[in-house]
Write a protein that binds this ligand. Structure first.
Ligand SMILES: [Zn+2]
Length: 208
């Protein structure tokens, strides 16, 4: 598994997560999905976190079959996580109310998690924070539009924010931190330090 190799090569700097990504899930047959859930159930206890898992109801995935497969996968994943308790990395696009309902149905999830690439409103962010989730802000903050995110970003508590690139290009993290620090009227290096502490707390990372 690539996550395991990365972790053994780079040590504590890499958090290996394991998930059933909704994009991938949408393209499977029922039998392929069942097989993947079995593998996931076996490997999940070794992962530092579970994800990406989630729901993507954007136009590319609006056909009933892909939504059905996504619904099966996320429910199976949440059921498994409920037994092993790991932080969740959630991919949620245009499906926040459905996801919040599922979190309440299968939760609570005491280890919490993160809503990756968040672009929703402050109200939605608060609903996730209430359930123990951190709000992860990525490249949306750099792009035109993303009005709700830009309105919510200055009002999120500092101990609830993570930064992300959603890519393997680490330099972008600095760009995200700089853009967010302008919106929040704070200092970018401090924001990087505080958000990295949030990440360490979430995944219970000890040591340097
Ligand atoms: Zn994603």
């Amino acid at each position: 598994m690539i996550q395991e190799r990365l972790q053994s090569t780079y040590g504590v700097g890499v958090i290996a997560c394991l998930g059933l990504h909704p994009w991938w899930v949408s393209r499977q047959s029922d039998s392929q999905l069942i097989a993947a859930v079995d593998v996931f159930a076996k490997l999940a206890p070794q992962a530092s976190g579970i994800g990406e898992i989630g729901l993507d109801h954007s136009s590319r995935y609006q056909d009933p079959e892909s939504r059905r497969l996504q619904s099966v996968a996320i429910q199976r994943a949440l059921e498994i996580v409920q037994k092993i308790q790991k932080p969740l990395v959630l991919h949620v696009v245009q499906a926040h109310s459905e996801m919040l309902t599922l979190l309440d149905q299968w939760g609570p999830f005491p280890r919490g998690g993160m809503i990756h690439g968040f672009s929703g409103s402050l109200e939605i962010a608060r609903a996730y924070m209430k359930r123990g989730f951190l709000i992860s802000i990525g490249k949306g903050i750099l792009k035109p539009g993303f009005v709700q995110l830009k309105k919510a970003a200055p009002l999120l508590p500092e101990n609830k924010i993570l930064l992300e690139t959603d890519s393997h290009e680490p330099a972008t993290l600095l760009t995200v931190a700089e853009a967010l620090s302008v919106i929040r009227k704070c200092n970018a290096p401090e924001l990087l330090t505080k958000t990295s502490l949030n990440l360490r707390r979430l995944f219970e990372i000890k040591g340097p």
